[in-house]
Design a protein around this ligand. Sequence first.
Ligand SMILES: Cc1cc2nc3c(=O)[nH]c(=O)nc-3n(C[C@H](O)[C@H](O)[C@H](O)COP(=O)(O)O)c2cc1C
Length: 457
Amino acid sequence: MSREIRLNAFAMNCVGHQSPGLWRHPRDRSSHYTDLSYWLDLARILERGRFDGIFLADVLGVYDVFGGSPDAALRTAAQVPANDPMLLVPAMASVTQHLGFGITSTLTYEPPFPFARRLSTLDHLTKGRVGWNIVTGYLDSAARAAGRERQVAHDDRYDIADEYMELVYRLWEESWDDNAVRRDRAAGVFTDPSRVRAIRHAGTHYRLDAIHLSEPSPQRTPVLYQAGSSPRGRSFAGRHAECVFVSGPSAAVIAPRVAAIREAARAQGRAPDAIKVFSMMTLVLGETDAAAAARLEEYRAHVSHEGALALMSGWTGVDFSQLPLDAQVRHVESEAGRTAMDNITRADPNRVWTVREVAAHVGIGGIGPVISGGPQRVADALEDWVDTTGVDGLNLCYVVMPESFESVVDLLIPELTRRGRYKPRYAEGTLREKLFGAGKARLAAPHPAASFRPSQG
Ligand SMILES: Cc1cc2nc3c(=O)[nH]c(=O)nc-3n(C[C@H](O)[C@H](O)[C@H](O)COP(=O)(O)O)c2cc1C
């Protein structure tokens, strides 16, 4: 039997997100991102389409590699201005029952103790629908904003992240026993102090001596997402991630990456399918193939090539303003993201990219593929993509908000459901249970989080 295809919506608390320039499109509402009603409407649309989750990206710096200044990013709204993703979650949770929330947080600039509490708070308020996209950052501007000269070297960031994870696992899993909270009015005991323990840690990068401040939340550890595909990124994912986001322009690029991630899980003693992999994609749907093609043409007219190259420069650490538009992009190693550069150079030896092609491609939904058509054609393409690459689902970017998601919900979801490739209803339970099955509310061995859970008498 063919597997169901899972869907996440990819968004960010900013304008346009992965489609720079499209905020100028007459139907786009993304410049209303400062209105709460914008987010509540989006949450309702996604739940109507039984999306597993909304994945909220975030960066803590500005894209200032292009031309050595933030001007291009500011002019074109390339992920700046950008507001905090976490603060959207309780409001969106209040108008939905099932939608999951994958929040990106850059651990490099977040002390683990208050961060762990914020995630526990959200897990309580959403009744266990929270996930965390673990990122370490790729922008020097974020490092400078945090008072550093530049960011920590690429692989070292993941070493720091490993230590961070141990600490937050211990806060979430070890500090409070399941039955620590008694709420016993007669005895006058809210929490049994003998069932709460301090976490003491003196490591290479962090020191901590504290009890976790939140009582146990439905999932304890939020569902863990990760999005780095470099060799070091993959080994981190193999150890910690429950879901991995990948992005690349074609199945030829994505398929080996998915296999390598599953192999990384195996190397850590986990089952290869313990990780659900989502690849980034943009769908442009219409009632017919011709209507969708016309819509895509109309969208392309609004792309900001400058904004696209400002994003690409930030992702790769390479200043694309210095290259002629018809120059071929050549691989260079940087301390920013490694995979973003691989995508347009050596990931597919049969594909050469000029700077102009990169700008045009990235302007519609970032580096992922763009598929357009009526419901039948898009459903065929999706089935083919999932079966060829081995991904579990897709992380869908928008071009025009909320039109892109509404057309998926109204045109594609009924077709996929009819084909048996999409869930007819949500499963009950927490986000982890919805993704991995009933009874899987907590992380289990051999995942490292489980090893910190004390045996409880
Ligand atoms: C789909 C996708 C979404 C991402 N979202 C974010 C994000 O919101 N914030 C961030 O700092 N990094 C984000 N990243 C970047 C990764 O976390 C990682 O830093 C980057 O891929 C470089 O790591 P690598 O060299 O190991 O691939 C994302 C990557 C992908 C593929």
